[in-house]
Structures are given as structure tokens and as C-alpha cells.
Design a protein around this ligand. Structure first.
Ligand code: GLY
Length: 433
């Protein structure tokens, strides 16, 4: 009897644990379907198709096509197609992708990698739609105009237009860690065309980032300002973190994601080593992540908000950041979870999957996940765009804030991506398709 019971119990336990895992994926898909019905309807309610970015004061905000977040809603719809197999989502995704047609020619900022890869890139991968490959190639050509050979990097922001805040920071050629996210487009286009110009630019940028963006503990600076004529590093600082020496959470997220992708396309040991160093730093050091694995918007917010001298220097007000010391950033958790599933696949380090699973579990409930029918149709609450910009705006009496503790379309996008990857690794499949 004992001999029969033991295997049966084991099978039962396994079934329960597998069902449990699938349940969290299926349940999140059902939630996303219900929520996105609102957002899709809202996106179609104007004279032209609109791109939802966040929800504030009871209203959905929409962005123009040249905003850095413009590709995430199309990408969310592509992932819904992939998660459900429903053609309806592919049709919606295609419509939202094609309103971004002109972005392939945009050259005045670096974010086109995000914008076009999430939309056209996913559309090409999933439906092989004619013409999407050309859009990717043209976008890579546009982005390549921002490569600065003397410094070996892709310039993130322009600094010559006084109407833009970037012109007032004393920078010459700022590169932000977020820029690592553009490399996927370059690697893909070289793979598609056989022209390795883009791959070389991507590797040069990754190598310079490896060299210059990191502190000894593998946390990353947000901004490194280069001299584009000599290649010299002029300054290491922040734009969206609380202080130059703080650790802005989303910067850490782009950093681990970016080096994991660089490894995917190159197989270079130095890239996966950096991704592992970042992961270990983020996950093993208990001060970095709260127990539920949803980080504060800046890991060091408590310390710096209480540093009166630093706050006066930056915000001319010693108390400027005190109201913001407990705010989490769901978008960082979604990005890190998605990266960790991929990194787990390459390294088979159980800790990476365990922590990604914990993030998914925390995000699947209150206070992060929105009740169906609320939150303007976005999946998650509690993300942060840029708190320093918001504080400076509020101080200047301007009404526009930069998204404090609100839903953000990229938190939803990377969560769905993480869900897809989780499902695949649990079936023993490569999470990247
Ligand atoms: N790439 C801009 C941000 O993460 O806010």
C-alpha cells in the first residue's frame, strides 16, 4: 500500500504545484483581457486612434507618437495575441503599430529602439507582416545617426535646444543606462540584413556602458556624460533618481535587461557575467528589495530624502522629497522579472526564477494589481515616471507632473512579457521566441 501511495501523493503534489503555476498565468490573462477592453475602447473613442500612457485624476492620458512610451500599447496588444491566440488582439495590435509608421525616421532622441521594436518588432516576429522588416531597418539607420565614434556610444539626448530641459544640465553628450534597451533593435537588424554595422555599434555601446556606467558594487549610474570629440567621460550623475549617487530603480532594471539581451545576440561571456553580477547584487543584498520584491522608485530614497544638504543643493528645499519615501515602482519590478526569466534560462540559477516568480506573485494582487473596471483599464497601479522632474515642476507652479505613483503602460507591457517567459521556462522552453 505504502509503495503505491507515495508515487500517487507525489503525482498529486506535482499536479497541484503545476496547476498553481498555470493558474497565476491564466488568471492574469483573464484580468488583462477584462482591463484592456476598457483601454482599447478608450483608444478608439477620439477622432483618431490614440495611445494610452497613464491614468490620473480620473482620466486616461494619451501620448503623441514621438513620445518614448508610444510603442508599449501596441506591444501589449501583441503580447495579448501571443498569450491568448485571439486574432482580435493581433488586429488591434496591427492598427496601433501602424500609427507609429513615421517613427522610423525620427532622429532627435534615442528611444526609437523601444518604440519600434515593441510594436513593429513584435508584429514582424508574430505575423511576419510585409514591410515591417523595412521599418526596423530604417529605424536602425535613424538611430545609427546618433552613434558618436570618438566616444563609442549612442547619444541618448540632445542638448542644444533651450526649450528642452536637457539643455540646462551642462551636458555635452549624455548617455543614459536606458539606452541599453535600444541594442535589441540593432542586433536584430544585423541578423536580418547580414550588415554587421549595427551589431558593431551595439557592441561598442555595450562595452562603453560596461566600462563607464557602473559602480564597484554593480549598481548603475543613470547618466554618463561624454565628450563626443575626445571620448572622455565628463560626469556621472542622474536625471530621474533622487541624487547622483543614488540607485534609481528603473535604471537598475534597464541595466540587467540590457546586458541579458546583449548576451542573447552575441554569446559574449562579459555580457552575461555583467547581467549575473547585477542580478546577484540586486537580489542577494536584502537592503535593495523589499520582501515583496517590488522596489522603491529609488533604492536610496529614504537616505537621500533625509539628507538636508543634498536636498537643498538639488531642490532648494530640505524637505522636497520627504513625501515620496514610500512610493514603489511597479514598472521596475515588471522589467526585472522579465529579464530574470531570460537570465535564468541561460544560467539555470534557481534564485533568478524564484525571485521573478515572487515579483509576479506580488504583482498579481493588491495593492499593485488594479480591480477590474478601475484604473482606466491599465493592469497595474503604483509606478513612477520621474519624481525629480515632478518635484521641480510642482515647485515652479506648473501643473504637469511626471507621473508619480500612477499606472504606466510600460509596467503592463513588461509584466505580460514576463508572464509569457514564465510560462515557457516552466515548460522547459526557451523564453525567447
Ligand atoms: N526611459 C525612460 C524611463 O525609464 O523613464
Amino acid at each position: 500500500m505504502k509503495n503505491i501511495l507515495l508515487p500517487m501523493l507525489l503525482i498529486a503534489a506535482l499536479t497541484i504545484s503545476c496547476t498553481g503555476r498555470n493558474d497565476i498565468i491564466q488568471e492574469n490573462i483573464r484580468h488583462a483581457e477584462a482591463q484592456l477592453a476598457y483601454l482599447i475602447e478608450a483608444s478608439e473613442a477620439g477622432d483618431t486612434l490614440r495611445i494610452p500612457s497613464t491614468y490620473k485624476h480620473g482620466e486616461i492620458e494619451f501620448v503623441p507618437t514621438d513620445d518614448w512610451v508610444s510603442g508599449f500599447f501596441a506591444g501589449t496588444l501583441w503580447y495579448m495575441y501571443e498569450l491568448t491566440g485571439k486574432e482580435y488582439y493581433a488586429e488591434q495590435a496591427q492598427k496601433h503599430t501602424e500609427i507609429l509608421h513615421d517613427i522610423q525616421y525620427l532622429k532627435w532622441h534615442h528611444d526609437v529602439g523601444f518604440m519600434v521594436y515593441d510594436s513593429y518588432g513584435n508584429g514582424l516576429r508574430l505575423k511576419n507582416i510585409p514591410g515591417y522588416d523595412t521599418v526596423l531597418v530604417n529605424t536602425a539607420k535613424s538611430l545609427a545617426t546618433r552613434f558618436r565614434p570618438a566616444a563609442g556610444i549612442i547619444q541618448s539626448w540632445n542638448t542644444h535646444n533651450p526649450a528642452q530641459w536637457q539643455a540646462h544640465r551642462g551636458w555635452k553628450c549624455p548617455v543614459i543606462i536606458d539606452n541599453m534597451m535600444n541594442l535589441e533593435l540593432f542586433f536584430k537588424v544585423s541578423e536580418m540584413t547580414g550588415d554587421d554595422t549595427y551589431r558593431k555599434i551595439a557592441m561598442s555601446h555595450a562595452d562603453k556602458t560596461l566600462e563607464n556606467h557602473y559602480r564597484d558594487d554593480f549598481s548603475t549610474y543613470h547618466v554618463v556624460d561624454y565628450d563626443d570629440e575626445t571620448g572622455e567621460v565628463r560626469r556621472k550623475c542622474t536625471a530621474q533618481g533622487i541624487a547622483d549617487e543614488s540607485r534609481w530603480a528603473r535604471g537598475q532594471a534597464w541595466s540587467i535587461y540590457g546586458f541579458t539581451v546583449a548576451y542573447r545576440f552575441t554569446g559574449e561571456e562579459r555580457y552575461i557575467q555583467r547581467a549575473k553580477d547585477i542580478a546577484d547584487y540586486l537580489l542577494i543584498n536584502e537592503d535593495n528589495m523589499p520582501e515583496d520584491m517590488i522596489p522603491l522608485w529609488d533604492f536610496d530614497v529614504v537616505e537621500f530624502a533625509n539628507n538636508e544638504e543634498e536636498m537643498v543643493k538639488l531642490f532648494n528645499d530640505k524637505d522636497a522629497m520627504l513625501p515620496y519615501t514610500e512610493i514603489r515602482d511597479v514598472s521596475s519590478a515588471s522589467i526585472i522579472a522579465s529579464a530574470l526569466y531570460e537570465l535564468y534560462w541561460y544560467t539555470k540559477t534557481e534564485l533568478y526564477k524564484e525571485k521573478a516568480d515572487k515579483m509576479i506573485e506580488s504583482l498579481s494582487k493588491a495593492p499593485y494589481r488594479a480591480e477590474v473596471g478601475t484604473n482606466g483599464g491599465f493592469l497595474f497601479k503604483h509606478s513612477v515616471g520621474s519624481l525629480p522632474h515632478s518635484v521641480l515642476n510642482i515647485q515652479a507652479g506648473r501643473t504637469k507632473d511626471h507621473n508619480i505613483d500612477v499606472p504606466l503602460n510600460y509596467a503592463d507591457y513588461y509584466f505580460l512579457e514576463a508572464l509569457l517567459r514564465k510560462g515557457r521556462v516552466e515548460k522547459g522552453e526557451n523564453p525567447i521566441k
